[in-house]
Design a protein around this ligand. Structure first.
Ligand SMILES: [Zn+2]
Ligand SMILES: [Zn+2]
Length: 244
């Protein structure tokens, strides 16, 4: 935590260096990307064809029909949306957020646009995907909670960081694990400690990245067991392809 606070202070005193091209970032609102690298960040335009449920991009061109990837059919969340694809600029932003608890104004604005278009009218509560106690100790903060707080500040919708907890540590995104093994490692890792606070709520579950959807699925399943009326998922980035 001391390290993160010191880093934040340093970034306020010294100009930010672009995480991709290393040039100076001239506009502080741009966060950790320069204006040139922002141009190449794969932010969704809304014209792509994406899975109606999980938001996976299926084609860069528009479709007249509702399309589903079908691999998310049994996932417990209602739908998931992201700012863009986890590659290049947005990947750099997500990785940086794991080291410094700060959402830049530009990222906050993009998240807000996606949220307003999809979930704002129905959301009563933000819930960040929790970290395990071990991971929280290592990092000093939960990046999903940092995003959720930023969303709450913009919208005045409350955040509940305490009701959904991760009861055991699971290896994250281990490359050697197949889809089944990865899902099993996440299963039952989550628990709702205060179901009364979740009952009847329309929840936007917040995380930095949506990969296989397993984490979002198990969190949503637990939240719905506790009476959540709806659970939608908002992340900065969505993996470009569904990891098998
Ligand atoms: Zn750059
Ligand atoms: Zn899908």
């Amino acid at each position: 935590m001391i390290n993160s606070a010191a880093n934040l202070l340093l970034s306020l005193v010294y100009p930010e260096q672009c995480r991709i091209c290393r040039r100076e970032v001239h506009d502080r609102k741009d966060g950790v990307l320069c204006s040139e690298c922002w141009k190449s960040a794969e932010v969704y335009t809304g014209l792509e064809t994406k899975c109606e449920k999980c938001g996976l991009m299926l084609s860069t061109s528009e479709s007249l029909y509702e399309t589903y990837c079908r691999s998310c059919d049994d996932h417990a969340y209602d739908s998931a949306r992201a700012v863009g694809t986890y590659r290049g600029g947005l990947a750099a932003i997500v990785l940086h957020l794991k080291t410094e608890p700060h959402v830049s104004p530009r990222v906050a604005k993009l998240l807000d646009l996606v949220f307003r278009d999809n979930y704002q009218a129905s959301t009563t509560l933000f819930v960040p995907v929790p970290l395990s106690g071990k991971r929280f100790k290592e990092r000093g903060f939960n990046q999903a909670a940092v995003i959720a707080r930023s969303m709450s500040k913009t919208t005045s919708i409350p955040v509940d960081e305490n009701s959904l907890v991760r009861t055991r540590h699971t290896p994250m995104h281990r490359a050697a694990m197949d889809k089944k093994a990865r899902e099993k490692s996440v299963e039952d890792a989550f628990e709702v400690r205060r179901p009364k606070l979740i009952d009847g709520q329309h929840i936007t579950l917040v995380d930095d990245i949506f990969t296989s959807g397993a984490t979002a699925h198990y969190c949503a399943a637990k939240l719905k067991e506790s009476g959540a009326a709806t659970v939608n998922v908002l992340t900065i980035a969505h993996a470009a392809i569904r990891l098998k």
